[in-house]
Structures are given as structure tokens and as C-alpha cells.
Design a protein around this ligand. Structure first.
Ligand SMILES: Cc1cc2nc3c(=O)[nH]c(=O)nc-3n(C[C@H](O)[C@H](O)[C@H](O)COP(=O)(O)OP(=O)(O)OC[C@H]3O[C@@H](n4cnc5c(N)ncnc54)[C@H](O)[C@@H]3O)c2cc1C
Length: 425
């Protein structure tokens, strides 16, 4: 008893009183200051409202994925190699220059349309979706936003019509801490000499154009990081192609640079601004990965549900058991929630409103949902879920990458926490 009393006395004397906390809260009006920013709209709509152009693209890509990609998915996964006919078909159908202006041979779509295309491809194959997403939302975007006119003319056109692009930041010692990169670009007057290497670079086995981040002045730390557009034939060496758990037909390679000569005009944007371009591109790119993951979740769901309605045990379809119904209903809720976060982040970005936290939330949530939905889908199909023939186990393997690339789950949470904390301090 005396212990409790003395503890109370101590808390009264030294701790923050709840009343004062509430007073401060009222003064700061925390209720009005929610961490996401509501905005006024003349014509607010549901989050699944799209323009006619966006819906047309979504349907066209869905048909392309079903008719052109689907028949080759299993063979590409087994061979761990992207079919060159599929890559050509992606270019021929305008899927490699989604947001690229028409003047450079692109489809000039909205960002949301691009996100819908990534999602539709992932419903059939998250690997081809990765090719499309990284090429469009990272490589094309960084060039479209910051390159000068002559670089845009030269490279956006090729990237929209026949040449795959890669976006290379990560290194053996620089993953989550991307700006700890060690690759150097030495200023030699009219050109730079690039030395070092990169790891985990998507699309790189097929790429002809690379956006490479290197430090031109390590004494300036991350403010020395500069982006360069580098052509493969200038000496980008593919040192190793990784063998992976999932998205196996999407190439992921180690790159080596040994005295690669880069003409000065191939500096992308301003010297020393590479870190800004990288942050900006990855913030946006994360919405693309969220779209890839909701497509992955839906793809697995769409295989398992018809199976559950048909497969009979104990004299009835397994989908009629309440235990199963509750599971698929919960997964459907999760997929819907991840979709809404993703579409909302895409619209915020498109409307030039703050979207960084929302993009991180969308990617974090969609990666979790893809893993959960595809794991359940395997389980719901029993032995048939576990074998490769039905295609559902591939979604389970493919889902894991969503928690790793373009910022791990912890890095997304860190971004979200940082933004929330600033609003309550
Ligand atoms: C298939 C694939 C494709 C990729 N494609 C590309 C590409 O095209 N271009 C490119 O540049 N990169 C690419 N990457 C690299 C990818 O972005 C990195 O793998 C990712 O950022 C994680 O870095 P890491 O692998 O070094 O892991 P690490 O950074 O070593 O992280 C390992 C673990 O530590 C945790 N961790 C690290 N730091 C913190 C922290 N501060 N707080 C809490 N936890 C922390 C992480 O969450 C993770 O769980 C790709 C990777 C893969 C696997």
C-alpha cells in the first residue's frame, strides 16, 4: 500500500500529468491533424473510378496477358529466362513507354494507367510485370523527369520502341543504405571513367541502356552521387545472373564496370543530384511494386476460388465449408484494402499532392497481402496447390520479393513512422 502511495506521489511530482497532456493535445488540435492530408475536390469519387482511357488500357493489358503471356509463363519460369518474343510483344503493344510522351514514341498514359497495366500483367505473371514496372516507373521516369532534351530524344525513344532499360543503385555493401554506394565516376574533362559494380539489377540481362548511380566526389558523401545514362556496349559487364526463389524469369544480375568511359553529355540532370533523383523515383516506383503485389495476390486468388467451388469433399464443394468461406472472405478484404491504398497513392502522386507515406503504406500492405493470399491459395488447393502444374505455387514464390526490393518492409515502416512522428511532435 505504502509502495503504491509513494509511487503515486512520485508520479505526481515528476511525471507528465495526463490532464496537461490532454490540454496540449487539445491546443494542438490533434484530431484535425491526422497524418494523411485530406484535400478538397469538386467531384469526389470512389477509389475505383477510372477514366475511359485507363479502363481501356486495363482491359487491353489483361487480354494481352491472358492471350500472349499466359501460355509461356511456366516455360519461362522453368528456364529462368524471359522469352524474347514476349519482350518484343511488350514493345509492340506500347507497354514499354507507358507514360512516355508521344513525341518520343510512347503511349502518353497517366500514372494510374501505368499502375493498372503493371497490376494486370502481375495477375498472370509477376515476372513480366517486374520487367514492365521497373522499365517504366524507374528507368523511363528518371529520364523523363530530369534528363535534358537531347538525352530524352535519344534514350526515351529507344526505351519506348526496342531497348530494355535498367536502374542501378544497389551494391554488395549498399542495399537499404543505398547511398553508401562505392561505385566511382572520375571526372576526366570531357568524359567520366566509371569503376565499381552493382548487385541485384533487374532487367539487366536484356538491357541495352542503364541508369547508373555513382559517386563523383566521395568527400561530399551522398551529395557526390550522380546519375548517368550508360549504354551497354560502352563496357557494362554482366558478371553473374542470380538464381532466385521467385520472379525467376525476370533477370537479376551483378554488374561490373572496369574503366567504362561515359561522355559528359550523359550525366542525367545535375552533377551531385543523383540522390534526389533516386529518392524521388523510388518513392514513385513503390506504387508500381504495390500494383505488382496486388496483381500477384489476385492472380493466386483467381486460380484457387474456381477450384474451391468445383472440388468436392464430404459430398460438397470445399468452398462451401464455412471455415474456407471465412478465409477467402478475409483475403478478399485484404486484397481490396491493398488495392485502395495503391490506387489512392497513385492518384495523390498524379495530383502532385504529398504521397510518400501513402506509397510506403501501399507497398508494405500489398506485399503482406500478396504473401498471405498466395499462401492461402496454395493451402486451399491442397496437393494441387503444391505442384507446379496448377501455377498457384509460383505466385507464392513470386510474392516474397514485394517485401524486399525498392525498400524492405522495415524501410517502408521507417518512412511511414518518420512522417507520422513529424506531425505529432
Ligand atoms: C530480385 C531483386 C531485384 C532487385 N532489383 C533491383 C534493381 O533493379 N535496382 C537496384 O538498384 N536494386 C535492386 N534490388 C536491390 C534491392 O532494392 C535490395 O535488395 C533491397 O533494398 C535490400 O537491400 P539488401 O538486400 O542489401 O538487404 P539489407 O539492406 O542488408 O537488409 C537486410 C535486412 O535488414 C533490415 N534492415 C536494414 N536496414 C534496416 C534499418 N535501418 N532498420 C530496420 N531494419 C533494417 C532489412 O529490412 C532486411 O530485413 C533488387 C533485389 C532483388 C532481390
Amino acid at each position: 500500500m505504502s509502495f503504491i502511495r509513494s509511487a503515486l506521489r512520485l508520479s505526481a511530482a515528476t511525471a507528465i500529468r495526463p490532464a496537461s497532456v490532454f490540454r496540449q493535445a487539445a491546443q494542438r488540435n490533434y484530431a484535425a491533424l491526422t497524418y494523411s492530408t485530406p484535400t478538397v475536390s469538386e467531384n469526389p469519387t470512389s477509389l475505383t473510378a477510372f477514366t475511359e482511357e485507363e479502363l481501356m488500357l486495363k482491359e487491353t493489358v489483361a487480354r494481352f496477358a491472358r492471350e500472349v503471356v499466359a501460355p509461356r509463363v511456366s516455360a519461362m519460369d522453368e528456364a529462368e529466362k524471359m522469352d524474347s518474343d514476349i519482350i518484343k510483344a511488350m514493345f509492340d503493344n506500347g507497354l514499354m513507354g507507358l507514360e512516355t510522351p508521344g513525341d518520343y514514341g510512347g503511349a502518353e498514359c497517366s500514372f494510374t494507367a501505368a499502375i493498372l497495366a503493371v497490376e494486370e500483367l502481375a495477375k498472370i505473371d509477376p515476372s513480366i510485370s517486374a520487367l514492365c514496372d521497373i522499365h517504366n516507373t524507374l528507368t523511363n521516369t528518371v529520364i523523363r523527369k530530369w534528363a535534358n532534351e537531347s538525352l530524352k530524344e535519344k534514350y526515351l525513344t529507344r526505351l519506348a520502341t526496342d531497348t530494355v532499360g535498367s536502374f542501378a543503385i544497389s551494391e554488395a555493401g549498399a542495399g537499404s543504405d543505398a547511398f553508401g554506394l562505392q561505385t566511382r565516376a572520375e571526372d576526366k574533362g570531357d568524359h567520366y571513367i566509371l569503376n565499381g559494380g552493382k548487385m541485384w539489377i533487374s532487367n539487366s540481362a536484356e538491357a541495352g541502356i542503364f541508369v547508373i548511380f555513382a559517386n563523383v566526389d566521395p568527400s561530399k558523401g551522398y551529395k557526390g552521387i550522380t546519375a548517368f545514362i550508360v549504354e551497354k556496349e560502352w563496357g557494362v559487364e554482366i558478371a553473374k545472373k542470380e538464381k532466385k526463389l521467385g520472379i525467376r524469369s525476370s533477370s537479376t544480375c551483378v554488374l561490373n564496370f572496369d574503366d567504362v568511359r561515359i561522355p559528359k553529355e550523359n550525366v542525367l540532370g545535375e552533377v551531385g543530384h543523383g540522390y534526389k533523383y533516386a529518392i524521388d523515383s523510388l518513392n514513385e516506383g513503390r506504387i508500381g511494386i504495390a500494383a505488382q503485389m496486388i496483381g500477384c495476390a489476385q492472380g493466386a486468388f483467381d486460380i484457387a476460388l474456381p477450384y474451391m467451388m468445383e472440388r468436392k469433399q464430404f459430398g460438397t464443394a470445399i468452398g462451401n465449408f464455412q471455415a474456407m468461406q471465412h478465409q477467402f472472405a478475409q483475403v478478399a478484404v485484404d486484397i481490396e484494402a491493398a488495392k485502395l491504398l495503391t490506387y489512392n497513392a497513385a492518384r495523390l502522386k498524379e495530383e502532385n499532392k504529398p504521397f510518400v507515406m501513402e506509397a510506403a503504406m501501399a507497398k508494405f500492405m500489398a506485399a503482406k497481402v500478396a504473401e498471405k493470399a498466395s499462401s492461402y491459395a496454395v493451402e486451399w488447393m491442397g496437393g494441387n496447390g503444391f505442384v507446379r502444374e496448377t501455377g498457384v505455387e509460383k505466385f507464392y514464390r513470386d510474392s516474397k520479393i514485394g517485401s524486399i526490393y525498392e525498400g524492405t518492409n522495415n524501410i517502408q515502416l521507417q518512412t511511414i513512422a518518420k512522417i507520422i512522428a513529424t506531425k505529432y511532435q
